[in-house]
Design a binder for this molecule. Sequence first.
Ligand code: ACO
Length: 316
Amino acid sequence: MNGIRLCGVGKAVPSKIVSNADFAARMDTSDEWISSRTGILRRRHCGEGETISGLIAQAAREALDASGVKAEQIGACIVATATAETLVPSAACTLQKDLGLPENIPCFDLNAACTGFLFALHTMECLLNASPRKYGLVVGAENLSRVIDWSDRSTCILFGDGAGAAVVECAEGCPSISAVMGCHGSRELLYLPGAESGVHSYLSMEGTKVFKFAVEAVPWCIGQVLERTGKTVDDIDFFVFHQANARIIDLAARKFRIPPEKYYKNIAEYGNTSAASIPLVLSELSEQGRIGSGSRILAVGFGGGLTWGGCLIEFA
Ligand code: ACO
């Protein structure tokens, strides 16, 4: 089986900025509490006229432009999201129409909460090996502001909206991304009701328990990916973490002695954007010229499900 590699990345975030002070103005919280516990200073929320479908299309167009790949060359399209604008059609089918992707390809949404983008990369690697077209489009996107419970101060301050996209190529001789991933069914720790619940959907979370799960899952994923690929921390150019809490990232970095110049946090600007967070980081690192041709990136995510995953992916 051939592996996949990144050819181009893109991102889109809504224009409305919601600061910690905005939360403090409407509930019993403070900038000090939020920033010291989470690392978040502000986040973006979709405002009037802004939709997740619009963000997805914008991020995907940017990724296609960056890669030089044409819409008609795409062999599969996956949108990782738990907050699509419509369940049917899927966000991926809406994107297919917006971009004019070929009709004889699979386009579908995938929900693995914050780990969705990594599950989607792994799925894309499998799909492209069976496709006559060698390029795939993978998007992570969320509109979490739509499902936050404004009466729950411990979770509503965490989440933001956004979309990140990647065009990948399945290339002869390219190593597999060696994805490790897992799930542990749990409604108790992180829950977002679905279409049949008959109630308005709000996200609820037992934050402290999820924190404990994350500080074990993230190092486990890093260790597994390094072991499977036979690499060491020194062999990795950049570590890309799901942006859920700055303290979770720093703990993992400390455990593996990852130097500060090899990892990145944008949680201060965007909060936790769930499935969008890893591709948003990839896109910003690429914009800043910190990753590019030949970069070897170890990405790690975790989240609702519970789910977790990691992989090693190179830039073409
Ligand atoms: N402002 C002020 N005080 C607050 C706030 C707030 N916004 N929220 C909670 N508090 C209070 C609590 O009431 C509690 O007070 P008490 O001690 O008097 O009872 C105190 O602060 C501590 O609350 P905890 O919930 O224990 O705070 P904790 O340190 O665990 O931080 C947080 C909470 C930031 C949510 C943290 O647990 C966390 O980041 N968890 C991980 C979340 C995560 O990674 N999720 C990923 C998946 S998301 C997805 O899949 C969609």
